[in-house]
Design a protein around this ligand. Structure first.
Ligand SMILES: [Zn+2]
Length: 403
């Protein structure tokens, strides 16, 4: 009689009592087949009604709202002499609003369908769908296996406005597999709280990070055997920041006509040399003449990129970087002088990039694009914990397909 409940809805221990249908809403009243003690399975129990529950099941045909209604009992077991609440095997936790089968379907569809679309289609609240996914992600990322991890990258990402601890997240990733190991609130060493226990099982040998932050001290203290690497991606990123600073400073000193001219040509400076079309090369040339500091900064940025392209090993990189610093220090551009100082101060870590393999640059950039995609989806700001869980899931998400 009730096998259809099992085959279509995954409900085994209950049978249908009555059914009512009105306005596209099917209500199936369920009755438990047998009452027993959840601990010893004895049927020698006395029942007490707790309350009536309404759990949504999978849609049936055209009917999207299928409700299972049943009474939950407390049982007193005459063998154990204990009171306990009866189990409901077709839901995932006592407060679940959807059956296991329905939750599983939602999670399967969620890979390719937005929360909003799922909520609309199944007549659910946005919040309900999100909470189902959140529970799943909490469970999935409760423990992360780091036993094979040898190299990690640490990055700060800007996720919005407000105080530092709301505006930033700090992310630790496995540079080989790309897996997210830790997502910490804010930035700075306090954001690494919680990463220590996760990484304690690792075989950490290399940590790639930004030159501007303080994480190197934390890793030096807890993982003294690990080499700190300031990788290609972060060095060039810092150089681009410097270039942008020069551009803004130069722009501020111009009169409105010149400013307009420079603004129109801004794109040229933001590009890498090989990406500038042939007919714009002379614009770049003229810009260098007219705005000398900006021209200098651009050339030094390109020279730094060339070192990464050309240097074969740590020895060559070392010489080239020293030369770069010496030349940068002779310019009249303060941003280049500070960049030279940063490179000299961190030279060991920068050159380690050549010694320890070109571990990370492409994957860091790709991952940052995915983060930006996730921020655009904007669900992070309503529920930060959910947003952080989605970051753990990011390496598995195909952003072009997913929503
Ligand atoms: Zn019992």
């Amino acid at each position: 009689m009730s096998t259809y409940l099992y085959y279509t809805q995954g409900i085994l221990d209950f049978q249908e009592e009555t059914t009512t249908y009105s306005e596209e809403r099917l209500e199936i009243y369920l009755k438990r087949k047998k009452h027993q003690c959840p601990k010893c399975r004895s049927k020698d129990v006395t029942l007490r009604v707790l309350y009536e529950r309404d759990v949504r099941g999978l849609p049936m045909g055209r009917i999207r709202e299928v409700h299972f209604i049943y009474t939950l009992h407390q049982v007193y077991c005459h063998r154990c002499h204990e009171r306990s609440t009866e189990e409901v095997p077709f839901i995932s936790h006592p407060k679940a609003r959807l059956s296991n089968e329905f939750e599983r379907t939602i999670l399967e569809l969620r890979e390719q369908v937005s929360i909003r679309a799922l909520a609309n289609y199944f007549h659910l609240r946005w919040h309900t769908v999100k909470e189902i996914e959140k529970r799943y992600l909490q469970h999935k990322f409760a423990t992360i296996d780091t036993s094979k991890v040898q190299a990690v990258g640490v990055d700060e990402i800007h996720i919005g406005h407000g105080q530092a601890n709301q505006a930033y997240l700090t992310i630790v990733r496995d540079l080989e597999s790309g897996a997210v190991i830790h997502v910490g609130d804010g930035k700075g060493i306090s954001a690494l709280e919680g990463a220590l226990s996760k990484l304690s099982a690792s075989k950490l040998q290399l940590v790639a990070m930004d030159m501007a932050n303080a994480y190197s001290t934390w890793f030096a203290e807890h993982f003294p055997q690990a080499q700190i690497v300031f990788d290609h991606f972060h060095v060039i990123k810092l150089m681009n920041d410097k270039l942008d600073h020069v551009r803004r400073r130069v722009t501020a000193k111009l009169d409105s006509m010149e400013r307009k001219h420079l603004k129109g040509l801004r794109f040229v400076f933001l590009k890498n040399e090989e990406d500038i079309p042939e007919d714009n090369q002379n614009i770049l040339h003229n810009l260098r003449g007219k705005f000398q500091e900006l021209g200098d900064a651009y050339m030094f940025k390109e020279a730094l990129r060339t070192i990464y392209r050309v240097a074969q090993d740590a020895y060559q990189a070392n010489i080239a970087l020293h030369r770069w610093c010496a030349m940068a220090e002779k310019t009249l551009v303060p941003e280049l002088k500070t960049m030279a100082k940063t490179i000299r101060d961190r030279l060991d870590g920068i050159v380690s990039y050549w010694t320890f393999g070109h571990a990370s640059n492409a994957s860091t950039e790709g991952f940052n694009n995915k983060i930006r995609w996730l921020i655009r989806q904007a669900y992070g700001f309503r529920d930060l914990e959910y947003f952080k869980l989605k970051i753990y899931q990011l390496p598995q998400i195909n952003c072009e397909k997913a929503l």
